[in-house]
Structure formats: C-alpha cells, structure tokens
Design a protein around this ligand. Sequence first.
Ligand code: NAI
Length: 307
Amino acid sequence: MEIRSAAVIGAGVMGSGIAAHIANAGIPVFLLDIVPQAVKDGQGNDRSVVARTAVEKMLKTDPAPFMHRKAAGLITPGNLEDDLDKLAGVDWIVEAIVENPAIKSDLYRKLDAVRKPGSVVSSNTSTIPLRILLDGQSEQFAQDFLITHFFNPPRYMRLLEIVKGERTRADAVEAVARFCDVALGKGVVTCKDTPGFIANRIGTYFMQAAVNEAIDGGLTVEEADAISGRPMGLPKTGTFGLIDLVGLDLMPLIAKSLLATLPADDDYRRIFRTSPVIERMIAEGYTGRKGKGGFYRQQKLPGGKRS
Ligand code: NAI
C-alpha cells in the first residue's frame, strides 16, 4: 500500500505539528478536532474553529512548522462532528488527542465505522501500550493499527518510534515506516510494546526526577535547566523549558498511564509523583507555551522558591 492522503485527529501541540509535517511532504491532510463547548453552547458558529486556529497559529510560529507557507494550503481543518465522513477516502489516520485510553478508544470506534478498508490508523500516544489501546476494538481495526510516536516539535525531531501489535498487518507497518522515513525524513525505531516505549521510559523518568530534585532542593528554574540541559547532552531548553514546550498538563497524564501499567514492585514507580507546584500551575492555566505560559513566563516557581 502507499500513503497518498492523511488525516490527523487532534489539533493540539502534536497533531498540528504532525499535520504540518505531512503537508510539508506534499500530502493533503485533514486536521480535525472536537467542537468546542462554547460553539455547542451557541457562542460562535464556526465549527472547525480549533483546527483552523491551530493552522493560523502555526503560520505565525517561529521556528515555523511549515517548510513553505504553501504547504499550509494542503491542510483542511475541520471537526469530528461535521467532517467524520471525509475520513472515508484517507489512507493514513493519525490520532493525536488527549493522553487518555478511554477517550482514545471511543474515538477509534468512530473512526472504524467510517474509514476505508485497508486504511491505517496510528496513535501518537506517549506512553499507553498498544494492547491497552486495542482493548475492545474490532479484529480488522487491530490489523490496521499501530503506534507512531513523533517527538516535539515534529518537523525538527528526527526520531520516530513505531510499535506494532501481534495482529498488525506487516504491509501496513511497512507502508507507514517507509513514508515516515522517505517522505517525512524520520529515523524510525521499532519498539516493543512496553509502557513508555524506549524514549519516554528513559526520558520522562529523567524529567520527573529532575523536577522533583529541583523543587525539593529549592533550585531556580534557570539553575535546574543550566544543569539538566546542554551539560547533560539534552536540548538547551533544559528540563523546565522542555516541559513548557511539551505542555505541563501532559506530565500527570503520562505519570498516570505509566503507573497504571507498571508492576507494583517496579523501582521506576517511586519517581512518578506529580508535584503540587505543577498541579497548581495546570489548574491556573499555566500549561506551558500552549497555555498562559509556563515556568519561563513566571519569575519564580509558584510556591515561593526564588526566581
Ligand atoms: P494537546 O492537549 O496539545 O492537544 C490535544 C487535542 O486533542 C486538543 O486540541 C483537544 O481539543 C483534542 N481532543 C481532545 N479530546 C478529543 C476527542 N475526543 N476527539 C478529538 N480531539 C480531541 O495534546 P498534545 O500534547 O498534542 O498530545 C496529543 C497526543 O500526543 C497525546 O497522546 C500525547 O501523549 C502525545 N504526545 C505529546 C507530546 C508533546 O510534547 N506534547 C510528544 C509526543 C507525544
């Protein structure tokens, strides 16, 4: 099979970046999200508002997700209530919605009802094992499903983790891997179906440990990032800068997903406590770059540690 058209569901941090990168490869792509509650409540009538706003935002972002502004024209924004039937003609559907297995499963059932036979569906989940995502799905869906875990930002990060299930069709995996390698320029690594796969099993442990140490030890954000960035071979953003980029709200979801799947005696578990500092920031809308700002638009860690 060959991928000539695509759709991305979820126009957030990752979904919008993945859609842009697919468009960069010259492939038309639908970018769909849910209808915002405000629109349902009658405040505003443009039902494709989330995805359309994501495309507009990307055109103003630096560094730009698009290789050329014209690539943006290959993205058709829409919403799942009005545009689900558009997926009937699509070769590859990428799911990039909230990191919650029940919400993802519910979406898969909807996709399975409309997608064309032989199309491939992949999840961009950070941590949820494929066997859990497939719980309750049809046999055909299981054969056409895999995980494609892109890294943030999708245009610039070369690594792509692929996880296939026991039932995933070999030709589906091969087609997606080939497309991601040749058209999207990714270095594809195939992982076992372990919680967090490879990069997040190591990376989120490191991030979580660095956050706990910094907060418990009273380090400033800048001090923690100066140590945990370039000197340790990590991005120059350091840990807190990276959390701002990734989205603070994703941290507890990742912790929850890993804790739900790790054995009770796994040493790895003890590190995954979510700091009250992060909980409070999320509650107040400081979810990072996508929200009101994160650690780097604050002068100090909420909770009193000095800036
Ligand atoms: P996000 O919070 O920025 O965006 C999620 C989008 O999904 C939102 O626009 C939301 O409206 C939409 N959504 C929620 N429920 C939906 C539903 N039922 N149907 C359709 N759309 C729905 O999240 P983000 O960070 O883009 O994460 C998406 C996925 O990518 C998650 O599985 C996450 O674990 C994974 N991921 C995130 C990375 C990051 O750096 N943020 C990196 C790699 C993977």
